[in-house]
Design a binder for this molecule. Structure first.
Ligand code: THU
Length: 129
């Protein structure tokens, strides 16, 4: 896995973020097991609660193109701090790939990698019958 490339794709995508209200632009790049990269950006709304995060946009783009297995996601903002995915995005990622790597980068490309299952212990899944 090329961590730097994934961060760079997320950074490029970030410029298309629609963050009119928070002014906090986020870009995500999701690497599938098949080797494809799907990007996403946060899309805000005047009805604030309808905002969708960059990570979920990337997942929904990928799943709607037939991809369900993910190796990693990179998340980038313009902050000096790294940007960890929110709880809702962790749960959505968890649905598909508990073992994936989450690459959290800051504006200068400094990053930290964690396994999704460590960021999301005991994530909810429908198990059994
Ligand atoms: N946001 C994301 O897109 N991903 C994250 O991981 C954290 C938060 C967005 C949602 C909202 O548009 C803005 O950042 C501020 O919360």
């Amino acid at each position: 896995m090329d961590v730097k490339k994934l961060i760079e794709e997320a950074r490029k995508a970030k410029e298309k973020a629609y963050a009119e209200y928070s002014k906090f632009k986020v870009g995500a790049a999701l690497l599938t097991k098949s080797g494809k990269i799907f990007t996403g950006v946060n899309v805000e709304n005047a009805s604030y609660g309808l905002t969708v995060c960059a990570e979920r946009v990337a997942v929904f783009k990928a799943v709607s193109e037939g991809e369900r297995e993910f190796l990693a996601i990179a998340v980038v903002s313009d902050s000096q701090e790294i940007t960890p995915p929110c709880g809702a995005c962790r749960q959505v990622l968890f649905e598909f790939s508990e073992d994936m790597d989450v690459i959290m980068a800051n504006k200068d490309g400094k990053y930290e990698i964690m396994k999704l299952k460590d960021l999301m212990p005991k994530g909810f899944k429908l198990r059994g019958g």
